[in-house]
Design a binder for this molecule. Structure first.
Ligand SMILES: NC(=O)c1ccc[n+]([C@@H]2O[C@H](COP(=O)([O-])OP(=O)(O)OC[C@H]3O[C@@H](n4cnc5c(N)ncnc54)[C@H](O)[C@@H]3O)[C@@H](O)[C@H]2O)c1
Length: 429
């Protein structure tokens, strides 16, 4: 397979060209002939004009690549090595929504031929590839895994907005359904990952490894969030406590904050789902989710409390929220917990304005029914800096004074302005 890919006798297909699939497809397209397949006509139009719909990659990333972008599944018949990188979200009951994954699997099943490889990159619970995807591939294609085609799993570790850790310089986990296909899969990925690959002994091990990377972060952040609620009652600043504790060699400095996005706030629910199937009720994982999911409401209530204790008129209060994306310096608004703050403040009839230099206003309105302003409008009783975008961390106390009523309050969720704000009323997690 590797020789056929490198000699371009067989093509590689990447199904799903989002944050994960696109950089991967473009990197492989330096070596192999790649078909980039996606069902979004809007994204395909942009991709065909060398524009990354997620704004992560510049035009130069498309130059000198052997790649076509299509939504025509018939073109996939030329491919023999399929990589599936479609979303794996949760539904409104926090249960895994496998519809995109199974739909992409069905697309591949229809064009699968003997000798082909199907590698999953989407984050799933341990066992999902064998239990959900392989039966569909076998049923629709009429072929048998191992005998006729091979299956593998290689979780993605990219961190949007992070220029330091890339696909190339981060060790990639690879796994496959047998020894032979593991070697081939490893060789294919080694052609783009200079840091090398880690061969996991089983697909379920690789699936579990990905899930626990994010679950561990979720639980650790939840601990810091819980401590920040406690320290707030004591009148101690959590960031001061963390700074002091971090002087010990084995203290890991996680910080409190909102946990949104498509990974850390979602993946633990996949683990909870699998645990429930096994009749085990995971306390740690579930309580981590509970604490982190409650933080938006908590921050809003603390803001209201501070407004009242500063003798500010709640019914006529105006609050500005700066930042709506799920984290700093990205445009991704999926599972933004800032929307929870807005909702909670509005339930107290507080007027809320929201600005964000990165987020797409149409997407924000469609997803959360929040109209983004291009600029703050007038004076506010409180400014909540929800996301530490580059544009915001440079702000001075004077910049905040321009935005605030003289008795106004700065709510600094990430503790960025702790040292710079001296005169204004200030609160952080
Ligand atoms: N974004 C991250 O930082 C990140 C990091 C590691 C792992 N992951 C995981 O990788 C997977 C993909 O995430 P993403 O952030 O790239 O998602 P995304 O939403 O950015 O992109 C997914 C793409 O798949 C397309 N798509 C959806 N259904 C399809 C189908 N049936 N056939 C073809 N294309 C389809 C969408 O149009 C979209 O362009 C998820 O499982 C996610 O959990 C994401």
């Amino acid at each position: 397979m590797y020789n056929q890919l490198i000699s371009k006798k067989i093509k590689m297909a990447v199904i799903g060209l989002g944050y994960v699939g696109l950089p991967l497809a473009l990197e492989f397209a330096k070596h192999f002939s790649v078909i980039g397949y996606d069902i979004s006509q809007r994204n395909l139009k942009l991709l065909q004009n060398n524009i990354d719909p997620s704004n992560e990659l510049g035009e130069e990333s498309f130059k000198n690549r052997d790649i076509i972008f299509t939504s025509n599944s018939e073109e996939l018949r030329e491919a023999g090595f399929f990589i599936i990188a479609v979303p794996t979200p949760i539904d409104k009951y926090n249960k895994p929504d496998l519809r995109p994954l199974l739909s992409a699997t069905l697309t591949v099943s229809n064009v699968l031929s003997p000798g082909d490889y199907v590698i999953y990159e989407s984050t799933v619970y341990p066992g999902c590839t064998y239990e959900e995807c392989v039966p569909l591939l076998e049923r629709v294609s009429g072929l048998r895994m191992r005998r006729d085609f091979k299956v593998g799993y290689s979780p993605e570790r990219i961190n949007p907005g992070d220029a330091e850790h890339s696909l190339q310089n981060t060790i990639k986990i690879v796994s496959a359904c047998d020894e032979e296909s593991l070697d081939v899969t490893a060789k294919v990925y080694e052609s783009v990952v200079t840091a090398g690959v880690h061969k996991a002994p089983d697909i379920r091990v690789a699936e579990a490894a990905k899930i626990i990377e994010n679950t561990q972060r979720d639980v650790n952040i939840a601990l810091m969030n819980e401590l920040s609620i406690l320290f707030n009652r004591m009148g101690i600043n959590t960031f001061d406590v963390i700074k002091a504790a971090a002087t010990k060699w084995n203290f890991v400095p996680y910080t409190p904050g909102l946990v949104g996005g498509h990974c850390i706030g979602v993946d633990p629910y996949y683990m909870v789902h699998k645990a429930n199937e096994l009749k085990y009720h995971p306390q740690m994982i579930a309580s981590g989710r509970f604490v982190n999911d409650s933080m938006g409401g908590y921050i809003a209530k603390q803001t209201v409390k501070k407004l009242l204790s500063n003798d500010l008129p709640l019914l006529r209060a105006k609050v500005l929220i700066m930042g709506v994306t799920y984290k700093e310096n990205v445009s991704d608004i999926r599972n933004s917990k800032v929307a929870d703050i807005v909702k909670e403040l509005q339930s107290f009839r507080v007027a809320v304005d929201v600005v964000d230099p990165k987020a797409d206003p149409h997407a924000v309105e469609e997803e959360y029914q929040i109209k983004l302003l291009s600029q703050p409008a007038g004076k506010y009783h409180a400014v909540i800096v929800a996301v530490a975008h580059r544009e915001y961390v440079q702000m001075t106390e004077n910049d905040f004074k321009q935005l605030l009523d003289p008795k106004g309050l700065v709510v600094d969720i990430r503790g960025v302005f702790k040292e710079t704000i001296k005169e204004l009323r200030y609160w952080s997690l």
